[in-house]
Design a protein around this ligand. Structure first.
Ligand code: HEC
Ligand code: HEC
Length: 477
């Protein structure tokens, strides 16, 4: 009996490995791992892949208000390109959270569909892109950790440790460039980096993407999905497009500050008069609503639990004071502006500077600029990060050198670190006059002012991504 079972298992295993060997060889030796010309017979039509549409509150208010959830299975009537007739097409409408006033920029050649999004989500969480099958994108950008790894430096393949802090994928869809030095121009461009980085996913043997593409071609599920979505075998072009499509749904918003901003606009609209500026009462109103709705995420961000009216009033006052400082005396809005509180530009704050010297390996944006385009103003300058998930993404700065928001505020209070290339917005030109030295502009904030800046940043903390984005089918969180 045992022997029969053993041989049955043996032949199953043999059969299985033969199938695998066949499939492994199925990726033709002359096929280009980077891209191939699509085969129309494989490709499913755009309509049948189910197009995805983003809906934001500012541009489509009436429709936005009607949508019940983040992910809405819906119908749209469009003109057929072939027959000119009107036809009904199934689409998914993505309701962008409150506070996001624009749709993410999307390259024309990568129109989002649900089939592509599903494929991208699968690749994002699958260690298949790493040489030894141990590291996935989610290893360093995990949903449970605010889409970061919550460590100073990231650990990649074989325990290798890098020298940069992993930024969050949250709202990276809205960044105009990617990486701390902006060397990638799109998410499609960015996602091709890690699989060839020896500190992240690549063991240095052979051509990195070639091997990764071979591994995907050995998996029947990937072969089937790539053929349907792109009309090609699994390749680098498609993998990059699919991952970028998934990342565009990793969004956060609807923070207490977003809600107060919306309440303020409504108040001014109804009164038909007044300044377009949030005040104490706006924060109080939305905090009361959050308390009534038992919105634990929003309340906990402000360290509130079943708050009394007095506690709500106190918190509202602190947030509003912090807001006024952020957009005023502390001049944080010189760089942190817009929906995600970033100008997507590069600034030298002197992070990592010792004794007035920039570290030799931290050229920042300057290092990434092509020859013929080097701008000395960008020496040691890094990209302004968004400020929307700070409670889940510590430590902070490109080198993870500040572990709390309190310490970040202390850093700005002294004006950053003096160095010859310190951003002009950080310099005290009055004090500098005539002495030829770079002097950082100290903010001279009081203890109370520092605390309120921190509480304002806590009020910027948005809601986590919808479970459809973070939960893997059949695997839970
Ligand atoms: C070993 C850890 C690690 C892995 C694995 C990893 N990343 Fe990253 N990621 C980082 C670090 C560190 C940076 C910043 C590096 C830099 O700026 O030079 C980064 C930067 C990014 C950014 C830039 C955000 C912005 O707008 O600046 C995105 C997006 C991103 N990663 C997505 C991905 C995707 C997609 C994958 C999988 C293909 C991936 N990462 C794999 C650590 C990792
Ligand atoms: C001159 C532009 C500029 C100004 C002004 C500025 N920031 Fe920044 N901020 C940046 C840049 C650039 C970084 C990243 C710097 C680095 O890592 O080298 C950053 C990083 C941060 C971070 C860390 C975020 C993370 O995810 O790592 C926080 C928090 C922050 N700033 C808050 C503030 C506050 C609060 C103020 C006002 C007191 C302020 N910033 C003023 C440009 C600026």
């Amino acid at each position: 009996m045992f022997r029969v079972l053993a041989s049955w298992r043996f032949s199953l295993a043999l059969g299985f490995s033969l199938v695998l060997a066949y499939l492994a060889n199925a990726f033709p030796a002359d096929a280009n791992p980077d891209w191939q010309i699509p085969n129309p017979a494989w490709l499913k039509s755009h309509a049948s892949q189910k197009p995805m549409v983003f809906i934001n509150r500012s541009q489509h208010k009436a429709e936005w208000e009607k949508l019940p959830s983040f992910w809405n299975e819906s119908k749209e009537t469009i003109k057929s390109a072939l027959t000119g007739e009107m036809q009904e097409v199934a689409v998914v409408k993505i309701k962008l959270p409150m506070g996001i006033t624009q749709n993410p920029p999307i390259p024309l050649e990568n129109a989002p569909t649900v089939a592509k999004w599903k494929l991208g989500k699968k690749i994002y969480f699958d260690p298949i892109l790493s040489s030894d099958g141990t590291v996935s994108c989610s290893s360093c950008h995990h949903p449970a950790k605010g889409f970061t790894d919550q460590s100073r430096f990231s650990t990649g393949i074989k325990g290798n440790v890098g020298g940069m802090n992993a930024p969050t994928v949250y709202n990276s869809a809205f960044n105009l460039s990617h990486f701390w030095d902006g060397r990638a121009i799109s998410l499609e461009d960015q996602s091709q980096g890690p699989p060839q980085n020896p500190l992240e996913m690549f063991d240095g043997k052979g051509a990195p993407w070639h091997k990764a593409v071979e591994r995907m071609n050995a998996r029947p599920d990937y072969v089937e999905e790539f053929r349907a979505v792109f009309g090609t075998l699994p390749n680098r072009d498609g993998a990059a497009k699919a991952m970028a499509t998934y990342e565009r749904t990793v969004v956060t918003g609807n923070s207490i500050h977003d809600r107060a901003e919306t309440a303020m606009r409504k108040r001014v609209e109804e009164a038909e008069t007044g300044k377009l500026e949030v005040n104490n009462k706006d924060y109080e109103k939305v905090l009361q609503e959050a308390a009534a709705a038992k919105d634990v995420n929003a309340l906990e961000a402000l360290k509130l639990k079943n708050p009394s009216q007095a506690e709500i009033a106190e918190a509202a006052k602190g947030i509003n004071q912090g807001r006024a400082l952020f957009f005023g005396k502390a001049r944080c809005n010189g760089c942190h502006v817009g929906d995600s509180l970033t100008d997507s530009q590069f600034h030298n704050l002197g992070v990592g500077v010792k004794n007035g010297e920039l570290p030799k390996d931290a050229l920042g944006r300057y290092g990434a600029q092509p020859t013929g385009h080097k701008n000395p103003e960008h020496l040691g300058a890094f990209k302004t990060p968004p400020l929307r998930q700070l409670l889940h993404t510590a430590p902070y700065m490109h080198d993870g050198s500040e572990d709390t928001l309190e310490k970040v505020v202390e850093f700005y209070d002294k004006g950053g670190n003096a160095n010859p290339f310190l951003d002009t917005r950080m310099r005290d030109f009055t004090a500098e006059k005539g002495n030829g030295k770079v002097i950082p502009l100290a903010l001279k904030l009081t203890i109370e002012e520092k605390a309120s800046l921190v509480i304002f940043m806590r009020a910027l903390n948005g809601e986590p991504a919808d479970p459809i984005v973070t939960v893997l089918p059949g695997r839970g969180k």
